[in-house]
Design a protein around this ligand. Structure first.
Ligand code: SAM
Length: 328
C-alpha cells in the first residue's frame, strides 16, 4: 500500500476526538498524526498549539525520545495548553514557544534547532478564541472590535475599520473575503465610523448585504478583517517557504486549512514548491519540486466527525513529504 492508499484506508471514525478539550476539539486528529509521523523518535513542530489537542496526540504517537516544539502567538492558548501538558513540559519532551509561525525559522533557531521531521499547521482561530466575546472575533458575540490573535500586537480590527482609507478597506474585503459587495460595504463602514464593537460592525454589514445573503456576507467580512489584522496569508507564505529548509528529507508538512484562500496556497505549494503553483521542470522534463504529495485531493472530516464537531466541516488536510533534492 502506498502512503495515499494507507491514508485513505484509515479507520473511518475519528478517534482523535479523545483529544478534545473545553478549549478546542482538534480536527482530523488521528488522520493528521498518522499522515505526519514517519519517525517515532523524531522532532516535530506544531505551529498552531491552540488547546494542545494535536500536540497531545503527536506526543502520544512518538516514542519516549521523540519530542515536540509547539508554537502559538496567543498567550491564553499557551497558558491553557501548558496546564494540560504540564507533565510533558516537565519531562522535556515538549517545548512551547510564544511567537508567530511566520518566524518559525528564527524561533527554532533560537531554540537550537535547524531541522525537524515534520511540521503541522492547523490554521485560523480556535473555538475558544471565537467563543470569547472579549476577543472580538465573532459576529455572533457582542464584544470590542479586536480580532488580534497576539494581544501584544498594537494594531487590531478597530484601528483597521476606523482608520483605513475606504479604498484600502474595499481591497481587504475583496481580497481576503472574496466579498462581491466590497465597494458598498467599505463605503457604509466609513460613513458609520466610529465602529468600536462587533455588534455595530455586524449591523452595518447586515444593512449593506443583499437580502437573504446577510449570514454569508457577515462571515466573509469578519473573515477578511481577521485575515488582514493578523496578516494571515503573509505569515502562511513565509512559513511555507521556510519549511523547505526546516524539514529533513523524508519528513512531512501537514496543513489543515479552513477556507479557499489558505487551501489554494497549500495546494500550490505542496504540488510545485512555489506559491504560484507553477510547475517547473529540468532540461529532461522532470518536475522540480521539493515535495511529494501524500494526498493529491484534500482530506475532509467524515460525516461522524462533522456531526460532533461542526467546525470540521470546512477543514481540508493536505500532506506532503520532503524529497531528497537539497539543491532546489
Ligand atoms: C485552529 S487553532 C489550533 C488548535 C489546535 N490544533 C488544537 O488541537 O487545539 C489555531 C491556533 O493557532 C494560533 N495561530 C494562528 N495563526 C498563528 C500564527 N501565525 N502564529 C502562531 N500561532 C498562530 C491561534 O492563536 C490558535 O491558537
Amino acid at each position: 500500500m502506498n502512503p495515499t492508499e494507507k491514508l485513505n484506508a484509515r479507520d473511518n471514525t475519528e478517534p482523535g476526538l479523545n483529544y478534545a478539550s473545553g478549549y478546542h476539539a482538534p480536527v482530523l486528529c488521528n488522520t493528521v498524526i498518522q499522515g505526519l509521523v514517519t519517525q517515532r523518535d523524531g522532532v516535530y513542530v506544531d505551529g498552531t498549539l491552540g488547546g494542545g489537542g494535536h500536540t497531545a496526540a503527536l506526543l502520544d504517537a512518538l516514542s519516549a525520545s521523540g519530542s515536540v516544539i509547539a508554537i502559538d502567538q496567543d498567550e491564553e492558548a499557551i497558558s491553557e495548553a501548558s496546564k494540560r501538558l504540564a507533565p510533558e513540559l516537565a519531562s522535556g519532551r515538549l517545548r512551547i514557544l510564544k511567537g508567530n509561525f511566520g518566524d518559525m525559522a528564527l524561533l527554532l533557531g533560537s531554540a537550537g534547532i535547524d531541522n525537524v521531521d515534520g511540521i503541522l499547521l492547523d490554521l485560523g482561530v480556535s473555538s475558544h478564541q471565537l467563543d470569547e466575546a472579549e476577543r472580538g472575533f465573532s459576529h455572533r458575540m457582542k464584544g470590542p472590535l479586536d480580532m488580534r490573535m497576539d494581544k501584544d500586537q498594537p494594531f487590531g480590527a478597530s484601528e483597521l475599520v476606523n482608520e483605513m482609507e475606504e479604498s484600502d478597506l474595499m481591497h481587504i474585503l475583496f481580497r481576503f473575503g472574496e466579498e462581491p459587495k466590497s465597494r458598498r460595504i467599505a463605503r457604509d463602514l466609513v460613513k458609520a465610523r466610529p465602529i468600536l464593537t462587533t455588534e455595530k460592525l455586524a449591523d452595518v454589514v447586515r444593512w449593506a448585504a443583499p437580502r437573504g445573503q446577510e449570514a454569508k456576507t457577515l462571515a466573509r467580512v469578519f473573515q477578511a478583517i481577521r485575515i488582514a489584522v493578523n496578516r494571515e496569508l503573509d505569515v502562511l507564505d513565509q512559513v511555507l517557504m521556510d519549511s523547505v529548509d526546516l524539514i529533513s528529507t523524508g519528513g512531512r508538512l501537514a496543513i489543515i486549512s479552513y477556507h479557499s484562500l489558505e487551501d489554494r496556497r497549500a495546494k500550490h505549494f505542496l504540488r510545485t514548491g512555489n506559491l504560484e503553483g507553477e510547475v517547473k521542470k529540468d532540461m529532461f522534463g522532470n518536475k522540480l519540486t521539493p515535495w511529494a504529495e501524500i494526498n493529491r485531493k484534500p482530506i475532509s472530516a467524515d460525516q461522524a466527525e462533522q456531526e460532533v464537531n461542526p467546525r470540521s466541516r470546512s477543514a481540508r488536510l493536505r500532506i506532503a513529504e520532503r524529497l531528497d533534492n537539497t539543491t532546489l
